[in-house]
Design a protein around this ligand. Sequence first.
Ligand code: F6P
Length: 465
Amino acid sequence: MLGFSSKGDTVQRIIVVANRLPVSWDGAEWTTSPGGLVRALVPVLQQAEGAWVGWPGIPDLDTEPFSHDGIDQRPVALTESEVDDFYYGFCNGTLWPLYHDAIVLPEYHRHTWRPYVAVNRRYAEETAKVTKPGDIAWVQDYQLQLVPSMLRSMVPELTIGFYLHIPFPPIEIFARLPWRRQILEGLLGSDVIAFQTRQSADNFSRAARRLVGAEAHGRRALTWEGRTVQLQPAPIAIDTAEFERMARSPGVQQRAAEIRFELGDPECVILGMDRLDYTKGIDLRLKAFSNLLDEAPKDRHAYAFVQVAVPSREQVPAYQALRLEIEQLVGRINGEYGEPGWAPVSYLYRTLPFEDVIAYYVAADVMLVNPLRDGMNLVAKEYVACRLEDTGVLILSEFAGAAEQLTSALIVNPYDVDGVVATMRQAAALTRDEQAARMRRLRRAVRKEDVFDWARQCLAMLEDQ
Ligand code: F6P
């Protein structure tokens, strides 16, 4: 059974190791964090008597292990300077841009690499304390790529899985990293490394063979230091039923109608919903919308564009610069095309309550998801799940992992602004039947596998080891 497989008399426990704990401290109590990964894993860990190792999200907060949601929570404390150097510095100033095709120039600093090693070691040590031979440790994401090999040397009999939530870049880009060997060797400590896409799995395989001499073992495995390391594409999904349930609720339906009314009941509501991140293509999206208005002087009032930008990593200079640029663009478009009482772009820089997010999905005729590179992009799947009547159009970047599955979207090259403008026009003109034909296929894709299937699939690979 999922998360509770037995080998003889021994129960196989699952220890999730992630940058953040699945709970956050609001000053008075711990509350479960929102998000698909946490929702999917909490029941699995409850059943498996598992533990979760992670940072509580606040610098210098040093708490003892505690239980929440029936899960053994194992906090890893980070000092303020570790948050600066490990999290903002190496994770989000070096690895994040490098793994996203170096859209922004990655910075390479020894003074942030060293804390990355030290913090990874602390996560591995904390994990080693709660594991015993036969358990499964499931390590998450780019912040912890050294943990698998560190953990293997501490608890050799452990089954170790790693899931990369972001893309693994082509070797031509990855090879720039001064610490590429250490990162590859760190990951190769795993028994299974799972990726969002086949492309990422292939990129990793090539880098490991060419840069550290791992040997191919069939199509989807490598041999490294006498062990086999499986490489598996396992695209992450959403809790589809929950999105459908929310979208159906009268409160959300009512809020969606209000949103359309507040926007002036336009013919076509176009929505962008992202963390404010330079990988998301928000600036190019706004330029495309500006061109659309420019080309259609008589139809301007037919469109309303809503951009929800969720604050993220605000201490990183590239994110601060992007926010300025986006806000200038919004101001320019509204200044140039708006009229008293009417602004073509509604811009919200905040984290919206979950119900409001769903209401925007329900209200939008067109969802524009045009990242320059994205591991998966769950927003695209969430929008589709909320389109209960098979109406609406998804425009999706070919560089989002989701494009491998959501092939019935209108696919765009986000760098081709003219192409995006033409696709927005095409989307606005699709008949209801044409929308339904595409949306039905998209909905089939998001219903086929949800986040619980994803967790089951990943853990089954580890249980088989
Ligand atoms: O997509 C990778 C990811 O780390 C997600 O897991 C997370 O939701 C997002 O980026 C933002 O992460 P953080 O706020 O922890 O930097």
